[in-house]
Design a protein around this ligand. Structure first.
Ligand code: SAH
Length: 561
């Protein structure tokens, strides 16, 4: 839970020395699937004798069986190459590359950021509510004051050190056109084609760490989730796995390892991978991770800007936007993607809703400050609901458009979307924040050099689905992973680990993922599914069919508990 915007780094995991993850192998030979069992014991083992078709309701425990039965512990990934250590992830070498951090050494979580009331340097990033200046009602955009001052004139702008490219570009733009929306500012800072945070850096040195970098477990269970839904849909002949914002590609890599392990199940399925990535540097990193770097740029006759073949023989394509990804039965995975999309910010004032804008500070012409629009804007008219009770609201229209597109695709072609991120259900106010070197960073300072992020509003996503599809969640990460049988897999990994350092590392990454104070309660899973997946198409379905609709894995207690 985010206690205050400065007292907590809610969401992303920022560690001064983040955890490198162990990737443990799955059994090399495909294992026969065990028949469904209601056993909740943790000693599920694959049975070589049984190969009966799997009734869908028990898909997860059954699919887990070959996953948990790791015969021995081997570290299957090579030490990270310098390129692979780029990205928005931690930079601690993986096992095999260097010694593990000593037990008790700081990992993952960053040192405490400045608390509310400390010298944060910017009004809006410290204060749950922006303070509207007395001049807010005037004709010119009004400066926003520091927390509690009530005086816009006292707003202390952020210094423009570093990040020269984006800042210079923004200053020119601001001089030419006047204040920008926070969404325009965020888009430039993150994805400006030449100088944006993602575009330029590819993330050299981590500013934060994400779950797939911490551990192989999230990717494995997401792979199982997709397979479980694919089986529930009657095993369609073709399946696309689409990842939005894949970072270093670790999540897809883990999913592909699961698919490889369960190759016999997928033998008749035409599988392809589609990655939506705006950063050229990160797409190179992903290509290295997934294909060993064997890719072709700008393939003819393709909407993709790059394509290759995964190490496991599956075609992989890269796109700049979801609109370019071919239609068809697909699983869309967005892990810590939506929080990076640009938001608009709004403030309630005595004169009505005003949009928060970014402008040049008149007292320091190379620095930026927040101001309020002098009157309402098209965005205030369109995005604020009449029944809104909060005084400060953030809206991410790009996330809304994305959800609408996914909803149309899933309604038409089937499949599902699984969104994992930190967020709230329409209750939070000012969550816009920046991170650099695992520390909170003034969002207006040195744009392009820090990660900017805002909590995902799941209630808005639900609204944007417009009833075309069903939604499930948000459910806390630790509950989702538990429901997916992560404890079982963890037990086997521990049993098969040969040394205490590896066990220590496994326990650390498990704690990071599951501890309510770390990622466990902060991150949530949210799913989009066709209506017929949750509601029988005909009323008489339950009467006539012997097999009721199988539960959606992860979102309820399943058989492993
Ligand atoms: N999913 C990964 C990485 C999350 S970081 C993980 O959880 O580890 C966000 C990712 O989204 C990066 O790969 C970034 O380059 C990409 N990204 C950010 N904005 C984007 C946009 N507008 N379109 C496509 N990709 C974007």
């Amino acid at each position: 839970m985010r206690k205050s915007c400065c007292g907590d780094t809610s969401g992303r995991y920022r560690g001064a020395a983040a955890t490198g993850r162990h990737v443990l192998p799955l059994p090399s030979a495909p294992l026969t699937l065990v028949p469904p069992s209601r056993s909740t014991s943790s000693s599920v083992k694959p049975s070589p004798a049984a190969s009966t078709p799997i009734p869908v309701p028990v898909a997860i425990p059954v699919l887990l069986a070959p996953l948990v039965a790791v015969p021995r512990l081997l570290l299957s990934r090579p030490p990270p190459s310098p390129q692979r250590r780029h990205g928005r992830r931690a930079t601690t070498p993986r096992p095999g590359a260097a010694a593990l951090p000593a037990p008790g050494a700081p990992r993952g979580r960053s040192a405490a950021p400045p608390r509310h009331g400390g010298r944060c340097g910017r009004a809006a990033c410290c204060c749950p509510r922006l303070c509207v200046s007395a001049a807010a009602a005037g004709a010119a955009p009004a400066a926003l004051g520091p927390p509690g001052s009530g005086s816009g004139s006292a707003a202390r702008p952020c210094s423009g050190d570093g990040g020269g490219g984006v800042l210079r570009h923004l200053l020119l733009k601001l001089r030419a056109t006047g204040p920008l929306t926070v969404a325009e500012y965020m888009r430039e800072a993150l994805t400006n084609p030449g100088q944006g945070y993602y575009t330029r850096r590819g993330g050299v040195g981590g500013d934060f760490i994400t779950a797939p970098e911490v551990s192989q477990l999230p990717g494995e269970v997401i792979g199982l989730w997709c397979l479980s839904e694919w089986m529930a849909a009657g095993r369609p002949a073709a399946m696309q796995l689409v990842e939005l914002g894949p970072g270093t590609g670790a999540l897809t890599d883990d999913i592909l390892r699961v698919f490889k392990q369960l190759a016999s199940l997928l033998s008749k399925c035409d599988l392809s991978i589609h990655l939506v990535e705006v950063s050229p540097k990160l797409s190179e990193t992903q290509a290295q991770m997934l294909t060993g770097g064997k890719v072709q740029s700008n393939p003819e006759d393709e909407a993709a800007y790059m394509k290759g073949i995964s190490k496991t023989g599956i075609p992989v394509y890269w796109y700049r936007g979801i609109q370019d990804v071919p239609q068809g039965y697909s699983f869309y995975i967005a892990h810590e993607f939506l929080d990076a999309l640009p938001i608009h910010k709004f403030q309630r004032t005595e004169k009505g809703w005003r949009e928060v804008l970014v402008d040049i500070d008149p007292e320091a012409p190379d620095q930026l400050r927040f101001v309020l629009s002098p009157s309402s804007t098209p965005a205030t008219e369109n995005f604020i609901q009449p029944e809104e009770t909060r005084d400060h609201v953030e809206v991410c229209p790009e996330a809304g458009v994305l959800i609408q597109r996914l909803a149309s695709r899933i309604e038409k072609d089937g499949g599902a979307a699984l969104i994992a991120d930190y967020g709230h259900d329409g209750t939070k106010t000012d969550t816009f924040r920046g991170f650099r070197n695992h520390k909170l960073h003034d969002v207006l300072k040195a744009p392009g050099t820090a990660d900017l992020t805002a909590d995902v509003d799941f209630s808005y996503l639900r609204k944007m689905a417009q009833g075309k599809i069903a939604t499930l969640g948000p459910i806390k990460q630790r509950e989702f992973l538990k429901n997916m049988g992560v404890d079982l897999r963890m037990q086997v990994l521990l049993q098969n680990s040969r040394d205490s350092a590896t066990r220590e590392q496994l326990l650390h990454s498990y704690d990071m993922l599951m501890n309510p104070k770390k990622m466990g309660d902060r991150f949530h899973f949210f799913a989009l599914l066709p209506h017929h997946r949750l509601t029988p198409p005909h009323k008489e379905h339950n009467l006539q069919s012997k097999s009721p609709l199988p539960p959606v894995a992860g979102f309820g207690e399943l058989l492993l508990k």
